[in-house]
Design a protein around this ligand. Structure first.
Ligand code: P6P
Length: 342
């Protein structure tokens, strides 16, 4: 009987640690504890159809979005598991209006964790895959307690980023700047095992992902761009895929190639730059896609070069295959006429 079960994510992280002489093991401890938190979340997400953890928690979050009980559970689980391990100086969550300080009774560390505990949670009760997105920075301030300035760092300074996707199986995809690697959770042994080593996104895809119900609220340039993706004159043709769960849409395009778009729109005056958040959604996925050979842009500038101004700032997001995102930039800048083919 084959006994080797393949490389666990812990072995993978430790291998990277051994390759880095200055490594102290702090990062390994941080990522390992986050993995434990997501295993707990995965168990609840998979049980959600059975126990009363589905449905609305009766309040709204900073995004004025209805908080689902699983949202709340996931956020609480990550905070409780991560705040006492002594590797973090501060945290920030999509669910919390302000930064999350590490209680004074716990030791502090030199890392910053920014995360969306359960992205796509509006899909929970219809059994669509959802996910946890995370971004890790090094502390930059001099005092022991982390501050907002430690959180508001540009995406190119991330030391690690990735996501967990709770779907037909639970997967972890992450990068530390040395490629992108995917692990699948084997429930029988409770371990994430290496299943997608060194993921590379195709240079150009055939998939475009966008919520077309916003068409009338986009700029003319973005409308022209989406018209191009739909045009029968575009060769080879594109196909549309949109789940409405960022982690699921991103993961499919990462593996198959394509472009995901959440453009700025005039639909909600409070969200002129679109719906997605820079710190806990766009930046981590932009790091992952760059390490996989792809690209992420607002169409005016690369996501990873944005100097953050506030914790929950939103940005337009065009992310995926490098050639598709670069084409989008050129189209919207008017450098390509309608119907141009690269
Ligand atoms: P829309 C889910 O609520 C989410 O934040 C992302 O996961 C997803 O990509 C997006 O919103 C979908 O938004 O406006 O198309 O429903």
């Amino acid at each position: 009987m084959k006994t080797s079960i393949g490389m666990t994510v812990t072995e993978h992280i430790l291998e990277k640690q051994r390759e880095n002489p200055e490594a102290t093991g702090a990062f390994t401890r941080l990522l390992s504890e986050l993995i434990v938190a997501t295993k707990i979340i995965s168990r609840e997400v998979n049980k959600a159809g059975i126990v009363d953890i589905l449905g609305y928690a009766g309040r709204q979050n900073i995004q004025e979005e209805d908080v689902q009980k699983l949202d709340e559970f996931s956020n609480r689980t990550i905070i409780e598991r991560m705040c006492h391990i002594g590797q973090l100086c501060v945290m920030a969550s999509e669910e919390n209006a302000d930064i999350i300080e590490i209680p004074s009774r716990y030791p502090k560390g030199n890392y910053v964790l920014i995360y969306d505990p359960l992205d796509g949670s509006s899909n929970i009760d219809v059994n669509v895959s959802i996910g946890t997105i995370f971004s890790i920075h090094r502390k930059t301030s001099s005092h022991e307690d982390g501050t907002l300035s430690d959180v508001l760092q540009p995406g190119y300074k991330q030391v690690a980023a990735g996501y967990f996707i709770y779907g037909s199986s639970t997967m972890m995809v992450y990068t530390t700047g040395e490629g992108v690697h995917g692990f699948t959770l084997f429930p029988g042994i409770g371990e994430f095992l290496l299943s997608h080593e060194n993921i590379r996104i195709p240079e150009r895809g055939r998939i475009f992902s966008v919520n077309e119900s916003n068409y009338n609220y986009w700029s003319d340039g973005v409308r022209r761009l989406v018209d191009y993706f739909k045009s029968p004159d575009t060769k080879p043709p594109y196909t549309a895929r949109y789940i409405g769960s960022l982690v699921s849409d991103f993961h499919r395009n990462l593996l198959k190639g394509g472009i995901f778009m959440y453009p700025a729109d005039t639909k909600d005056p409070k969200k002129p730059h679109g719906k997605l958040r820079l710190m806990c959604e766009a930046n981590p996925l932009a790091f992952v896609v760059k390490e996989a050979g792809g690209y992420a842009s607002t169409l005016e500038k690369p996501i990873l070069e944005i100097e953050p101004e506030e914790l929950h700032q939103r940005v337009p997001l065009f992310i995926g295959s490098k050639e598709d995102v670069e084409l989008a930039e050129r189209y919207v800048r008017g450098e390509l006429g309608l119907g141009s083919n690269l």
